[in-house]
Design a protein around this ligand. Structure first.
Ligand SMILES: CC(C)(COP(=O)(O)OP(=O)(O)OC[C@H]1O[C@@H](n2cnc3c(N)ncnc32)[C@H](O)[C@@H]1OP(=O)(O)O)[C@@H](O)C(=O)NCCC(=O)NCCS
Length: 160
């Protein structure tokens, strides 16, 4: 399936903030997102569904290592490949920026995200106990996932 993913621009900040707020209980807001994206190596991607932003990814690539800071797809557009498309494009972009690997953190109980990342070759390399603000005041554990980026990605080839 072909998924439309494009680089995010300043004009996308409100839409990215809306998507982030719809996907997570901890809301970042456009100002915080703007400050994050102004940092060296930070970038955003937007996935489009039915002509409108339906998914976003925020990442940072610094000193040979990239990190996915946030990723979300609105409920109505899930299971159509948008999340995978965003990660594939982030991997290409990060490799082009000199990153050799890409990492992220995911809540242990986030089955959907873990299945998504596992299917794209991310492997568990560590954990952060009580890292997430979980439900009913109970903090959830986080997992650190990582995958190596191949040199070919920087030249625009898709993730295998
Ligand atoms: C996780 C998330 C980004 C996935 O986005 P998506 O666009 O639905 O993902 P895709 O359509 O690319 O899914 C690719 C594969 O991931 C796996 N997957 C995705 N959602 C899944 C689910 N709910 N249950 C089980 N597997 C799932 C499947 O293997 C899927 O392939 P398939 O649809 O052919 O079975 C989306 O569910 C989301 O925004 N969740 C809330 C925010 C969040 O948890 N972000 C990640 C934080 S680390």
């Amino acid at each position: 399936m072909t998924v439309a993913v494009r680089p995010g621009t300043l004009a996308d900040l409100p839409a990215i903030a809306d998507l982030q707020a719809a996907c997570f209980s901890e809301v970042w807001g456009p100002e915080f997102l703007g400050r994050l994206l102004a940092q060296p190596g930070a970038f955003s991607l937007v996935a489009v569904d039915l002509g409108a932003p339906a998914g976003f990814l925020v990442a940072r690539a610094v000193a040979g290592e990239a990190e996915i800071l946030s990723l979300g797809v609105r409920q109505e557009s899930r299971r159509q490949g948008l999340g995978s498309g965003l990660i594939r494009m982030a991997a290409i972009r990060a490799a082009a920026m000199g990153a050799l690997q890409i990492c992220l953190e995911v809540a242990v109980e986030n089955d959907a995200a873990r299945a998504l990342y596992g299917g794209l070759g991310f492997r568990e390399v560590g954990s952060r106990p009580a890292y997430y603000q979980g439900t009913r005041g109970v903090r959830g554990d986080g997992l650190i996932l990582k995958r190596v980026l191949s040199e070919s990605m920087g030249r625009g080839r898709e993730v295998d």
